[in-house]
Design a protein around this ligand. Structure first.
Ligand SMILES: [Zn+2]
Length: 230
């Protein structure tokens, strides 16, 4: 069986990048979730307060299992915090809670990149599910169709990761502004520690984008290379 060395390099490189980004987030979280916020507020309380301050009354703040599975669900209008952050009174918990509240504010203000991202969820899920079928099936049945189809699917995934970047960076910028404004996180060490957790989390999205871009370019290159050889 022949495996393209470039493909191997991309696979190993992107896996290493994802692991590095995830390791950095977990490290930053483990460290700064030990830093208590003097305000004494829990993640759930600050999330609720931010929603109230922004006149958002139809979003529910709920706890869930699974460390760092925090997210904002725009379909069900739920701000989901892992139990560690829901009940936590440390700067990491407050930072994550404020970040998710930032997404709820984006939703209310019809922030364009979030709208695009929501619109792209369906087709991106479809593209992601199609990739293994194309990779294993279409290559045998219709090899000429397989490369353009794979390039298209990875292109869709790459665009989704790209529009995720402004959504995530904006939510983090909002979180930092709001927490400084409300005084929930004190200036100095508390704010710096919180910033490190949120910045490490943002980098995981950059890593995901770089990975999807590298994979997309790989298939585009092969597609164009294949044409030239004909
Ligand atoms: Zn986010």
């Amino acid at each position: 069986m022949y495996i393209d060395p470039l493909y191997l390099v991309i696979m190993l490189g992107t896996t290493a990048l994802a692991m590095l980004a995830s390791w950095r987030v977990k490290g930053a979280y483990a460290r700064y979730s030990q830093v208590p916020a003097r305000s004494g507020l829990t993640g759930a309380q600050i999330a609720q307060r931010i929603l109230d301050l922004n006149n958002i009354h139809d979003v529910e703040v709920v706890p869930t299992h699974g460390l760092l599975s925090d997210h904002y669900d725009p379909t069900d209008k739920k701000l989901v915090l892992c139990e560690e952050n829901y009940y936590g009174t440390n700067v990491a918990a407050l930072g994550v809670a404020a970040h998710e509240a930032g997404h709820a504010i984006q939703h209310k203000q019809l922030y364009a990149p979030l709208q695009w991202r929501m619109a792209a969820v369906g087709i991106t899920t479809l593209a992601g599910q199609a990739i293994p079928f194309i990779g294993f099936g279409l290559f045998y049945i219709a090899p000429k169709l397989a490369l353009p189809a794979l390039a298209l699917c990875f292109g869709i995934v790459m665009l989704f990761q790209l529009i995720t970047l402004p959504v995530e960076f904006d939510a983090t910028a909002r979180a930092k502004r709001i927490l400084a404004h409300t005084g929930a996180v004190a200036p100095g060490e508390e704010t710096e520690s919180m910033g490190k957790v949120l910045d490490a989390a943002a980098l995981t999205y950059v890593a995901a984008f770089i990975s999807s871009l590298a994979t997309f370019l790989y298939y585009v290159m092969h597609m164009l290379g294949g044409r030239r050889e004909e």
